[in-house]
Design a binder for this molecule. Structure first.
Ligand code: FMN
Length: 314
């Protein structure tokens, strides 16, 4: 809880009770999950991902009357900037930008009245988005599920806090339970952005096999790789790789990317079928290092309640 006396800046900026934000996980953080997190007292960010206007429209409806934000993959948004207009037309509380140059978008976001949240993976990026006027900066450690980069949260977070000056910083990457919040607060974070823990929720989109795989795996089973982006025909720029759970696909192709390139047409054709059928030995199951401590799939409301049942560390 953010009692008025503590004046938590994330709570104040976003008008929420707890500075816990649902990560905008592409194709996973839909309207229902965002709504559940907002109703629990945080803020749900819908995963705008690679941008599909129809998907976004559907998830805006699924959010009902709840307040929400939207997250975009910035290099992809640059190819279809009209999606930002679509999102802003729904009066989001915030727009989150990650993985690319935020400069073309920040002024428009702020002019609309939404807050601009920028996720960074290096201290240099933190300095850049601070200069651009980001309202909130997310320090994403390499522990994170999905795309990210190389730096670990324990050293990145205080560096980003220092670079951010007065701008509040959220910790991201492996935030799974209350003690992670305490650790993040001790390094200067004013809140947290949480992905994988909410992936293993009733409301998250995605095949049940994927959620079960998350619960049954340990972080020792995860790897940072590019092979799923080849399989999905996505042109991700360096230095970004994805953290996923090792499976038959990574065992065959991770470290064998040259051969993967030669067979990619066939693999790209097969990939959507694997996703549709929940074939977790083939498709990418994107998850962070927090999975060691994720033991069950439950409602987002119950997951949120676990985070806030002890005194606020903020
Ligand atoms: C399945 C999945 C999909 C993700 N998709 C996105 C995305 O589309 N855009 C984005 O900015 N971050 C995305 N992320 C990364 C999150 O923003 C966040 O940094 C990460 O989930 C935090 O680490 P955690 O998963 O260990 O909580 C994704 C993460 C996961 C697990």
């Amino acid at each position: 809880m953010c009692p008025a006396a503590t004046k938590n800046p994330v709570c104040e900026l976003l008008d929420i009770d707890h500075p816990l934000i649902l990560a905008p996980m592409a194709l996973t953080s839909g309207g229902a999950l965002a709504k559940a997190v907002t109703e629990a007292g945080g803020l749900g960010l819908i995963g705008g991902g690679y941008g599909d206007a129809n998907w976004l429209e559907t998830e805006f409806v699924n959010a009902g009357n709840a307040r929400f934000g939207v997250g975009f993959i910035t290099w992809s948004l640059a190819k279809q900037p009209e999606l930002l207009d679509l999102a802003l037309s729904r009066n989001p509380v915030a727009i989150m930008l990650s993985f690319g140059d935020a400069a073309p978008f920040i002024a428009k976001i702020k002019e609309s009245g939404a807050k601009a949240i920028c996720q960074v993976q290096t201290r240099k990026q933190a300095e850049e988005v601070a200069a651009l006027g980001a309202d909130i900066i997310v320090a994403q450690g390499t522990e994170a599920g999905g795309h990210g980069a190389a730096r670990g949260l324990a050293s990145l977070l205080p560096s980003v806090v220092d670079a951010a000056g007065d701008i509040p910083v959220l910790a991201a990457g492996g935030i799974t339970e209350y003690r992670d919040l305490v650790a993040a607060a001790s390094l200067g974070a004013k809140g947290a952005l949480i992905g994988t823990r909410f992936f293993a929720s009733d409301e998250a989109l995605g095949h049940p096999n994927v959620k079960t795989r998350i619960v049954e795996s340990t972080a020792d089973d995860t790897v940072r790789t590019t092979v799923f982006d080849v399989a999905r025909n996505l042109d991700w720029p360096a230095p970004y790789t994805v953290r996923a759970i090792n499976n038959g696909f990574t065992q065959k192709w991770h470290g064998n990317e040259g051969a993967l390139e030669t067979q990619k047409e066939e693999i790209i054709a097969a990939y959507p079928g694997a996703v549709a059928s929940g074939d977790v030995d083939y498709m990418g199951v994107f998850a962070g290092e927090g999975i060691d401590r994720i033991k069950e799939i439950k409602s987002a409301k119950d997951i949120f309640a676990d985070f806030i049942k002890s005194p606020s560390p903020w």
